[in-house]
Design a protein around this ligand. Structure first.
Ligand code: ZN
Length: 229
């Protein structure tokens, strides 16, 4: 799980929100050089659902929020190494900013435009929903929660004509049984959380664990992330 990739200095809080672009490039090089099995999130979810025959451990790369810095710093590196990735987009904030970072005293950052999202999608990046307004879904009443989930799916399917959006990532990792049930009702098949751990076949496909890549993580830490529970 990544969020922002860019030129950051001295990140002391929300470390899982930032990755320096040089570190990111080294991490992606490590995945290739050590021949990790890196697969698209859509494929990983089929594996987790028990379909198909896969190697023992696979990696799926995800980016929350859809930052413009993904477009400038991460996308070229992913292309260079031919690595698949999933980007979760806040559909009510296309060309907007991540205003929600203010509550933690962090500067809001630019989010990708509709054109940029279309561009990465046509270049093989997978797109999932990260709601319409980036709320804490578990704190909403059922109707509001369902509307956030359903509307963002609709927005993305309209933006990416012909796409079926069936992946969602819960903002702030805010979810519970009811939120994942409503995600299923809204038409999602796969949901990702911020619960730390490997995504395993016995998990609810609508509540998958992930591992955050933190600001200070070197290549060794990234490798350990993949190979340890
Ligand atoms: Zn988010």
């Amino acid at each position: 799980m990544y969020h922002q990739v860019g030129d950051f200095k001295n990140i002391r809080t929300l470390k899982a929100n930032y990755c320096h672009y040089k570190r990111f490039a080294r991490q992606m090089a490590m995945l290739r050089l050590t021949r990790q099995c890196v697969i698209p999130m859509s494929e990983a979810s089929r594996f987790l659902a028990g379909e198909g025959d896969y190697p023992d451990r696979c990696v799926a790369i995800t980016f929350d929020d859809g930052y413009e810095n993904f477009y400038h710093f991460a996308f070229p590196v992913l292309k260079k190494y031919n690595l698949p990735a999933m980007v979760y987009v806040v559909t009510g904030q296309l060309s907007g900013r991540s205003e929600w970072l203010k509550e933690d005293g962090h500067e809001p950052k630019a989010l990708m435009s509709a054109e940029q999202i279309r561009d990465i999608y046509t270049n093989g990046i997978e797109i999932g929903s990260h709601s319409v307004t980036h709320p804490r879904l578990a704190g909403l009443d059922a109707d509001e929660c369902f509307n956030e989930l359903r509307q963002s799916k609709h927005d993305l399917e309209e933006l990416l004509a012909g796409a079926v959006i069936d992946h969602v990532c819960y903002p702030y990792g805010s979810f519970n049984d009811e939120v994942s049930r409503l995600a299923g009702k809204a038409g999602y098949r796969v949901g990702t959380t911020t619960v730390k751990g490997l995504a395993l076949p016995d998990q609810n496909l609508l509540a998958l664990s992930r591992k955050a890549v933190s600001f200070n993580d070197g290549m060794l830490k990234t490798w350990k992330n993949i190979h340890r529970l």
